[in-house]
Design a binder for this molecule. Structure first.
Ligand code: PLP
Length: 437
């Protein structure tokens, strides 16, 4: 059995406890106490197998003792039921497209896996789970879509009225089923406060296991290891030196990549690619870590000034700056003009339309492969370009809106309006009847 330990060293937990509690009791983040190491020969058989079989192989050891073989396989089959293409762009450069899930962004991998694991525990233990989320946009849609229709779970998404883009609102407030969207007459801070208060409200805790599907939950991190290994297995060569560029905000994705390396992917180098919120690249250069307020950019899912997973990266390398900077290289595009420029250059070069986040990933990878033809590499394309339609259309006028987004714009909002007061929120949650649609 693999246990989980806090990055701050004062807490241990089983897989079940780590996933259900999210944050460690000492305020740190859970990391696996050991990472099984695979040889090329162990992984090769998965080269021609469906993605979910590799996912089961990699993830089962972490679940052992809590979730059996056949349940693990069906959780993975159900969670990862969409394609994960590794697209060849030119020379030795590839894009790993992680946006083919329902929310059109890579966060589907973590959210869908975590949802099914939580659903498994709910049913096994006979206790329905209530997942509370406060959102100003993107988190709400990944979590709502990830938990949608998972038996044993209901979700309440609190969002500030009039402060979420119409497209994002449609992503989580039109689903119905087990998803309750609460349109709060207040700010995002009100929503966060309400969720915090509701988490410990006795009337809810009696009826449900109340939790949050926090982005720092280790149950979201583990499944993100799999696509790195999958990409490596699908590269033309498993011998050539490999460089992987990860467009980063909270650094969960990069952490998962480093864990994939520990488990057997022979990456020479990771590139931590950021926008102007370049706290981590600065740390790599100077050894000084200076979190600060974030700056808004076109690549807004990466506008993070206090990246929480950096603590995990440091603990993976025993807090050794030299070790970290030997393996990870920092890169940043420091203005929206540079981000648009990268999108345009990539489009001109090979006709590939990247979203603003993926374009930063490409820009961070490109110089490595141009300087050394013996290297090969991929960057993570973390979102569908159509999600950032107006920005991407500035450089690619012929861009089309994806069908799913067009369809969701037509759907009717099912939100319940509430004032920013705890009793109203609780009352709406208790009277909510999950539908079957
Ligand atoms: C969340 C997100 C990122 C950043 O990922 P981290 O794991 O937080 O570093 C990058 N791109 C997109 C589209 C995202 O939604």
């Amino acid at each position: 059995m693999i246990g989980f330990v806090s990055t701050r060293g004062n807490d241990r937990a089983s897989f079940r406890e780590a996933v259900l509690s999210g944050l460690a009791s000492d305020g740190g983040l859970y990391v696996p106490e050991r990472i099984p190491v695979w040889k090329k020969g162990d992984l090769k058989p998965f080269q021609s197998r469906p993605y979910h079989e590799l996912a089961h192989f990699i993830l089962q050891p972490y679940m052992k003792g809590h979730i059996g073989e056949s349940d693990s396989l069906s959780i993975c089959r159900d969670a990862f039921d969409f394609p994960v293409p590794l697209v060849h762009l030119y020379d030795n450069l590839f894009a790993l497209e992680l946006f083919h899930g329902p929310s059109l962004a890579f966060k589907d991998f973590g959210a869908r896996f975590l949802a099914r694991v939580m659903g498994h525990f709910s049913r096994k233990e006979g206790m329905e789970t209530l997942v509370l989320v406060a959102t100003s946009g993107d988190t709400g849609s990944a979590v709502a879509q990830g938990f949608y229709r998972v038996p044993g779970i209901r979700v309440a998404v609190c969002y500030p009225s009039g402060k979420v883009s119409p497209l994002q609102e449609k992503q989580f407030a039109t689903l119905g089923g087990n998803i309750l969207a609460l349109e709060v007459n207040g700010t995002f801070d009100d929503c966060q406060r309400l969720v915090k208060e509701a988490m410990v409200y006795p009337g809810l805790m009696e009826k449900f296991r109340v939790t949050t599907a926090n982005s720092i939950n280790v149950g979201r991190l583990l499944p993100q290891m799999v696509y790195y290994l999958y990409a490596w297995l699908n590269m033309p060569s498993q011998e050539k030196g490999l460089v992987v560029s990860v467009p980063s905000g909270n650094f969960g994705n990069l952490t998962a990549g480093l864990m994939a390396m520990r488990s057997g992917m022979p990456a020479e180098r990771f590139v931590a690619s950021t926008n102007v919120n370049r706290i981590f690249p600065e740390y790599l250069e100077t050894g000084e870590y200076r979190p600060r307020a974030s700056v808004s950019t076109l690549a807004n899912a990466m506008d993070v000034g206090h990246p929480s997973n950096v603590e995990r990266i440091m603990s993976l390398f025993s807090w050794n700056h030299e070790g970290i900077s030997a393996r990870i290289h920092g890169f940043s595009l420091n203005s929206d003009r540079e981000i648009l420029g990268a999108m345009e250059q990539l489009y001109r070069k090979c006709g590939y339309v990247a979203d603003p986040h993926g374009a930063i990933g490409w820009a961070g990878l490109r110089p490595w492969l141009e300087l050394n033809v013996n290297l090969q590499g991929f960057f993570l394309e973390t979102a569908h370009p159509g999600k950032f339609f107006n920005d991407v259309a500035r450089v690619v006028p012929e861009l089309k809106m994806p069908h799913v987004l067009q369809e969701s714009m037509q759907k009717e909002l099912l939100s319940v309006k509430v004032e920013a007061r705890l009793p109203e929120v609780v009352e709406s949650i208790l009277s909510f009847q999950p539908g079957r649609e």
